[in-house]
Design a protein around this ligand. Structure first.
Ligand SMILES: [Zn+2]
Length: 204
């Protein structure tokens, strides 16, 4: 029997538009979300970088931050951020694992004061994706693979979201935010994303 040609694993990232959930992500609901404004739909993906404590990978700390359960005693840095009420829709861990905190049709609290193409309050109309990382540490191959597959699936699930509507947190909050950092390889993401989009179009 002939094997099908290798193709991106974007079936891993299928989105159910009725629930706003990713089929195969680990689900960990965050209370830090609310409704989007009336009529607002996803039109932008904002890419972030996060590590807790800063520069350290692994551990439960990002999950705990997004669920308001970060223990201030565990690290001096945690006391400085324990009052934050933040979330993202999805976290991509170093090994490519996806964790979803907020359904895509709801508003996650990730971008803060921000603007994109002249529109303010990016949380209203964006999907926030955190990459576990730091501004000066290259992101992993698995993260580029997961992020590109996820972005292609989201563009297919949400018609308002153009495949090229992706910006960094530093792009929508310049001067205030630096993530995902200068090491983030935008041409690589756009190349992978174009492959995923083409593969999806071929199958439909
Ligand atoms: Zn950010």
């Amino acid at each position: 029997m002939e094997m099908p040609a290798a193709r991106p694993r974007d079936h891993l990232f299928d989105v159910d538009p009725s629930t706003g959930l990713l089929a195969r992500a680990r689900q960990l609901p965050s209370p830090n979300c609310d409704d989007r404004p009336p009529g607002a739909v996803p039109e932008l993906i904002v890419v972030h970088g996060i590590s807790l404590p800063p520069g350290e990978f692994g551990g439960p700390w990002i999950d705990l931050l997004f669920t308001n359960a970060l223990p201030r005693a565990a690290h001096p840095y945690f006391a400085t951020i324990e009052a934050l009420r933040v979330s993202s829709h999805v976290l991509v861990r170093r090994d490519g694992e996806l964790v979803q905190y907020v359904p895509f049709h709801r508003r996650a609290w990730h971008a803060g004061v921000s603007s994109w193409r002249g529109r303010e309050r990016c949380n209203d109309f964006s999907i926030g994706i955190e990459l576990e990382g730091a501004d000066d540490v290259p992101y992993s191959d698995a993260q580029y693979a997961s992020l590109s597959g996820l972005a292609a699936s989201l563009a297919s699930a949400y018609p308002g979201l153009a495949p090229d509507a992706i910006a960094g947190h530093s792009d929508v909050a310049p001067g205030r935010k630096t993530d995902p950092g200068s090491v983030f390889d935008w041409p690589r993401l756009r190349r992978l994303l174009a492959m995923h989009v083409a593969a999806r179009e071929e199958r439909t």
